[in-house]
Design a protein around this ligand. Sequence first.
Ligand code: NAI
Ligand code: MG
Length: 498
Amino acid sequence: MAVSQAVPITRHPFADGSYKKMLIDGKWVDAASGKRFETLNPATGEMLATVAEGDAEDINRAVAAARRAFEGPWSKAKPFERQNLLLKLAELVEKNFEELSQLDTLDMGAPISRTRGNRLRVLGMLRYYAGQATSLHGETIENSLPGEIFSYTLKEPVGVVGAIIPWNGPLAATVWKIGPAIATGCTVVLKPAEEAPLTSLRLAELAMEAGIPPGVVNVVPGFGETAGAALAAHPDVDKVAFTGSHITGQSIVRASAGNLKRVSLELGGKSPDIVFADADLDAAVPGASMAVFANSGQICSAGTRLFVEEKIYDEFVGRVAEFGRKLQVGNGLDPNTQIGPLVSEQQLERVTGYLAIGQTEGAKALAGGARVTEGPLAKGYFVQPTVFANVQDNMRIAQEEIFGPVISAIKFKDMDELIRRANATTFGLGSGVWTRDVAKAHHVSKALRAGSVWVNCYQAMDPAVPFGGYKMSGYGRESGKQHLEEYLNIKAVWIKTA
Ligand code: NAI
Ligand code: MG
């Protein structure tokens, strides 16, 4: 493991130690309770800002504002106006992109190369949703009733959306929730993660600057058990769009029962990434490594169960371990950093807990295996990129989501056995296949029970291509036309004309 140089903290205009309020009805306000919480830089442990700590009362205020906005002039906003607002927001995000990238890096630790690299995706999403705003339509449908009766459908916004997001990519996650809401004419109350609330607040400032009307986008930072739970249970919220752990996803589904609100869930995974002996190994080594190590493994679709064909297992896993050892770990602000810290002390404990479990279960750490405790990184939440070999299917490190830079390398021999084992998980989000054989690529892509299959690549994403889970990775899709449908109701209209 190489260590990046320590980087002096530059003063960021939005992470300068000051106090940030929440956005309700177009106004920046304190929490009703007056409470505040701190948000830290996980690379250094330094405090970046204090933030208004919303709870049930603030959620009530924000939902009321979102309801008023939904029923007010916003309900009359033409598709073209919603499109223009999104394009204006895209322009402002583009203008301020460097500042937003640094803010994500400071608040959750990701390397600046990664947060800068999100540029096309984030701007692409805003512009894609802008395009969709003028492409929504119902249908005229022939019916077989006697007489003359005309039937057609209208697509209408579902209403007030509660958006609850995690900390692993705050800028993209915020855009992924508010983009479709604005495109369809919904209003939103967004609760960012307590670990990294700053970018959502900054984006809300830009939304106001773009001219998005008061109450259409509200941002209430706070904790999951208070603000998040209140939003999920709120009787006047029409839909919850959630991204996070499956445990919290289950509690959101239970909370939704009160008013049977619509729910979409983007949850975790334990994705298989499969390397056949006939693969281009020079591409598969970095590809399969970064399928896990990117963002320090804090990606829902990370390819953490690395299935390698027996005849190349030792060689391939050895090369992945070597790749992991050479990665530069450090403060995300250093442009040379490839692996940043984990987001919080809690995640550090969780991940180091799994490192210990892997060792007790009998897996062998060929690379990494520990927290970084020496030098300038000792103050942050850094874990060495880790490759476990000799992993068996029933080990906890092969079954449970670790959400850290940890690869569990598993051996396989024949195709049928492989597919059964790759699918033997409660999750079904991502999956990868590395092979030069087209027939094999098609066969395995069809057989895997997962929402995305990446062949000879990993983690490709596009605003127009749907993303989401099978099984306990959740339901509903983000990106693509399906995403807009999650925010729309269908009304059937019958008109008797004779
Ligand atoms: P989490 O699911 O608890 O948090 C995600 C969001 O949900 C945050 O905004 C949080 O405040 C909110 N939340 C928490 N409890 C809630 C409740 N009862 N009602 C409503 N909202 C609630 O995830 P956490 O604790 O940050 O991470 C734990 C594990 O979850 C990770 O180690 C990882 O395995 C998984 N995870 C998966 C993510 C994904 O992208 N699929 C993202 C974050 C975490
Ligand atoms: Mg939590």
